[in-house]
Design a protein around this ligand. Structure first.
Ligand SMILES: Cc1cc2nc3c(=O)[nH]c(=O)nc-3n(C[C@H](O)[C@H](O)[C@H](O)COP(=O)(O)OP(=O)(O)OC[C@H]3O[C@@H](n4cnc5c(N)ncnc54)[C@H](O)[C@@H]3O)c2cc1C
Length: 427
């Protein structure tokens, strides 16, 4: 499943926003945001979550996504803190939103071909930009916020400067990109993925597909002026938006192929390999595994054939450093940086004299690709790769076979199985 090599020689240079717009990529900051937000996670969130009040006023949403995406704070912890303060009935909306990420991951994990198709389409669209100067000009206006469309241009700049957009702005933006600007959807998804601090292959690719009418086949999302005006509290009221949204056409997704097995812990000397997919190893169930060292590696530079933004790379690097310090203190073993390549991982395992690399399960995405490529070389060196999966993912992913509404029905039972609500609790 390796991604295509860069096909586009004149890639846009990463833009460097003002450093102060970015919060520290630490677990401490994630937990502080969680503690601040929990009192608002009940009916207040349900009533106001759709409002995009602007970058200076995000109190109606949690802004936890960069922390949850890297598992500086886990989904389970967010759910546990929420359900300790609110009933499931009161916090139903917030709980569902947190589990959307889990749903998307489980859906894509069972259909990796959908991401391969996205990669192929992106490569094709990038080549088209080389060949078609008019398309290239419209694309550049769209990513630089120079289309003249009120709101849209502001969100393009906000994304680049802050690495974050409100969910409703992501919906409006993707809809305007596809149906008003008539730009290829994969280029828009790639623009998001290169700049979002929370950039997540499943949530991002599948949400863009959803807007385009490819995910829920035939059902598109149309951004409307009155809706934007209402939910931006009158900040934006754009003219000239498309009045219709014809679904894009693509082959239907393959049927769900089941969840690939994770690995069970076993008695072995091991290095814990921390990637951007799970940065709270203190919570891993290591069983008989004997940790000897910690390796820190990420694949954030491979989010796209083009360079990931400077803030994305800085956030990932910082988050990895934070996790390394915590894990080292927790387990009493040293941590070191390593490249996420077959050679570097194999050399490190040999040098450390360990029989296993133990990692948090990487769902479909660049880190999983890199680990997949490293397996044969590790095996030749007698080193096994053990991928540990969180119990919430293990339980929830098999339900992500159809739409979210089918998945949603399982939520009370999933929460009960995780010990977060009493069995039989209704939402
Ligand atoms: C086109 C498009 C692209 C997107 N790309 C990404 C992406 O790359 N990475 C990403 O994390 N989210 C993505 N989302 C989902 C969602 O917009 C963000 O997770 C959310 O806006 C993050 O802000 P928050 O933490 O303040 O959310 P809150 O409203 O406070 O929600 C709490 C948590 O629930 C989860 N969540 C909420 N809504 C969603 C959702 N629709 N899908 C998945 N998880 C959700 C996030 O972990 C979030 O932190 C995308 C949505 C759209 C429409």
């Amino acid at each position: 499943m390796p991604r295509p090599e860069s096909v586009f020689e004149t890639a846009p240079a990463p833009r460097v926003p003002h450093a102060s717009t970015h919060a520290p990529p630490t677990r401490e900051e994630g937990l502080a945001r969680l503690a601040r937000f929990v009192p608002l996670a009940g009916s207040a969130y349900a009533a106001s979550r759709n409002e995009d009040r602007g970058p200076q006023n995000r109190d109606n949403v949690s802004t936890l996504s960069p922390y949850i995406r890297h598992r500086l704070v886990s989904e389970r912890e967010v759910l546990a803190a929420t359900l300790a303060a609110h009933s499931l009935e009161d916090a139903e909306k917030f709980v569902q939103e947190v589990l959307w990420r889990t749903y998307w991951k489980g859906w894509l994990e069972q259909r990796p071909a959908v991401r391969n198709r996205y990669d192929a389409r992106l490569a094709q669209d990038m080549r088209a930009l080389e060949a078609d100067l008019s398309l290239r000009r419209r694309f550049e206006e769209a990513v630089e916020g120079r289309t003249g469309i009120e709101g849209y241009d502001d969100w393009a700049r906000e994304l680049v400067e802050t690495g974050y957009l409100h969910n409703h702005a992501r919906m409006w933006f993707s809809s305007i990109w596809i149906f008003t600007l008539r730009l290829p959807w994969a280029l828009g998804a790639d623009f998001f993925h290169r700049h979002l601090l929370d950039g997540d292959p499943a949530s991002n690719t599948l949400s863009w597909r959803w807007t385009a009418g490819l995910q829920t086949q035939g059902k598109t999302y149309l951004a409307r002026r009155d809706n934007i005006s209402r939910y931006t509290l009158g900040r934006f009221s754009p003219d000239g938006l498309s009045g219709s949204a014809e679904p894009l056409v693509d082959a239907p997704p393959p049927p769900a192929a089941g969840i690939p097995a994770a690995d069970a812990p076993r008695a072995v000397d091991a290095a814990l390999l921390l990637t951007e997919e799970d940065l709270t190893p203190e919570q891993w169930h290591l069983g008989a595994i004997r940790p000897k060292a910690i390796l820190l590696a990420h694949a954030a530079a491979s989010r796209s054939p083009w360079p990931s933004s400077v803030p994305v790379l800085a956030f990932t690097e910082g988050a990895l450093g934070d996790a390394g310090r915590r894990a080292s203190a927790h387990l009493g073993v040293p941590a070191e940086r390593v490249a996420l390549t077959p050679q570097a991982l194999t050399d490190a395992a040999r040098r450390l004299g360990v029989g296993a690399l133990v990692t948090g399960y990487a769902p479909v995405g660049p880190a999983a690709d890199a680990l997949h490529r490293a397996r044969p070389s590790l095996a030749d060196a007698g080193v096994v790769l053990l991928r540990l999966r969180r119990s919430l993912d293990e339980r929830a992913w098999p339900y992500a076979t159809r739409g979210f509404f089918a998945f949603r029905k399982a939520i009370p039972d999933l929460l009960a199985a995780e010990g977060l609500v009493a069995p039989g609790t209704a939402a």
